[in-house]
Design a protein around this ligand. Structure first.
Ligand code: B12
Ligand code: SF4
Ligand code: SF4
Length: 386
């Protein structure tokens, strides 16, 4: 048993926790205290501005987010971990440049991370418990009122980028965060300096101007929120900019210089599932509810349900290249559609009809230019040797 008042032994234990964590597949492991009070004002102002949209879970639990010891009484340290998720097959965002294909955010093309990471955190806790039976702990992964990013920053895992995500020089930002709340006075890690400098690539490349100031996202404008969390009609102004992004959005991370040589995930569970590989929007739209549920087993995508899934794909089909087949499929879906889906289908049909009309006009213009040329040649008279 390790006496919790012995700094040397605690230092050694912290080193062992970090090496166990790495062996369990975490890319980084850091330790911080539970004082997050400096974030209360920023969090409250974010909520007051309504930036959370329909995510009412963000309003609940009062100041619990900034007082971790109210979530698990006796907590004095947080072990913050990250796990890289960049799948090898998604090196290039090919699907973004092909508007007939579905673009799905990289964090969601493999198995759901919540359970996997919580199980690993539990294994880490059991290792610590073997040395310290008086350990009291609780693992969290995006599942409770926990300010995961400020905790990760405090524990030295990286800095908050202008896109509001945590990033660092080794991994970029393609990682998930998780925490183990503990009651051991482990030594604290140092914060990393902020290194975005003058770069603003994420801010200027956001398709919907959702990064309203440095590190502040108006979720109501963010495609990730609109396609995953928002359970209503997608406001018209965001439909065109959504392009073919049908679940989540990676744009602010794709342009980040620190992601250029980001390491790939070591977890085969996060590899791209074949049903998402260069998948046609039309194929995904035609999945009935049973197929959707079957194909999204163990995937984070399942959570949005068939209605939101079809709503998102309708928008993408509205943005797809002109096609009479798309119009036909969307029209066939109308009689069975309910709620906000009806209006999205109609919007997509209208977009397609406009695109088809534009294409026809274009072809007509080309033809009439050809005809006019022919008339001019005839009027001038054909060359003698013709
Ligand atoms: C709500 C939420 C969202 C919302 C809102 C996003 C947001 N920026 O808040 C939506 C649905 C839009 C979203 C989208 C995504 N999310 Co999200 N999300 C969360 C969740 C559940 C809560 C975040 C939160 O507390 N927001 C409230 C705001 C106010 O908090 P905050 O941004 O952390 O701000 C604090 C500090 O940064 C600081 N602060 C605020 N402003 C400023 C300004 C300055 C100058 C400074 C210094 C500090 C500072 O004070 C704030 C209050 O404490 C977390 C999980 C969790 N429990 O933490 C995952 C989480 C943040 N999401 C994650 C991911 C992966 C994503 C997406 C990439 C998914 C995708 N590809 O579609 C996108 C990225 C969009 C983006 N650019 O943020 C990961 C991020 C991992 C990482 N590397 O940072 C998390 C941690 C989940 C996880 N367990 O891994 N998400
Ligand atoms: S996830 Fe997409 S929409 Fe949201 S802030 Fe980043 S670039 Fe903008
Ligand atoms: S794109 Fe630039 S500003 Fe945005 S997080 Fe990366 S380094 Fe920072």
């Amino acid at each position: 048993m390790i006496p919790t008042h012995n700094p040397e032994l605690l230092h050694e234990l912290a080193l062992r926790i970090k090496s166990w964590g790495k062996a369990l597949g975490f890319s980084q492991v850091g330790i911080c205290d539970v004082n997050l009070s400096e974030h209360q004002a920023a969090l409250q102002s974010w909520l007051d501005k309504g930036y959370h949209g329909q995510m009412h879970f963000m309003e609940r639990h009062g100041s619990m987010r900034t007082q971790p010891d109210t979530l698990l009484p006796g907590t004095i340290r947080i072990i913050s971990v990250s796990m890289n998720y960049l799948p090898p097959e998604a090196r290039f965002a090919q699907t973004l440049s092909n508007p007939s294909l579905a673009n799905i955010s990289r964090y969601a093309t493999g198995r759901d991370y919540h359970k996997l990471m919580r199980q690993r955190l539990k294994k880490l806790a059991l290792k610590i418990e073997q040395e310290l039976p008086e350990l009291n702990y609780r693992p969290f992964v995006d599942s409770a009122p926990v300010l995961e990013r400020p905790i990760a920053v405090k524990a030295g895992l990286g800095w908050v980028g202008k896109h509001s995500l945590v990033l660092n020089k080794e991994s970029g930002s393609w990682f998930f965060l998780g925490e183990l709340f503990v009651n051991i006075p482990l030594p604290l890690d140092q914060e990393q300096p902020e290194q975005c400098g003058t770069c603003r690539a994420c801010v200027t490349s956001c398709p919907t101007d959702a990064i309203v100031s440095d590190a502040v996202i108006d979720a109501r404008r963010c495609i990730s929120y609109l396609t995953i969390e928002h359970d209503d009609a997608i406001p018209l102004e965001f439909r065109k900019p959504m392009g073919n992004r049908i679940y989540g959005c990676d744009d602010c991370q794709l342009v980040c210089p620190f992601n250029r040589d980001a390491p790939l995930t070591a977890e085969s569970d996060f590899h791209l599932r074949k049903q998402w590989q260069n998948q046609e929007l039309m194929t995904l739209f035609l999945w009935d509810e049973a197929t959707f549920l079957k194909q999204t087993e163990g995937s984070p995508i399942r959570r949005i349900g068939h209605q939101r899934w079809r709503r998102n794909i309708s928008v993408a089909l509205g943005n797809a290249p002109a096609s009479t087949r798309i119009v036909q499929v969307l029209q066939e879906a109308l009689p069975d559609a309910t709620g906000y889906l009806v209006e999205h289908l109609k919007w997509a049909i209208e977009q397609q009809e406009q695109a088809i009309a534009k294409e026809l006009q274009h072809n007509k213009d080309i033809m009439s230019r050809g005809t006019q040329r022919l008339i001019r040649i005839i009027e001038k008279g054909l060359p003698r040797d013709a």
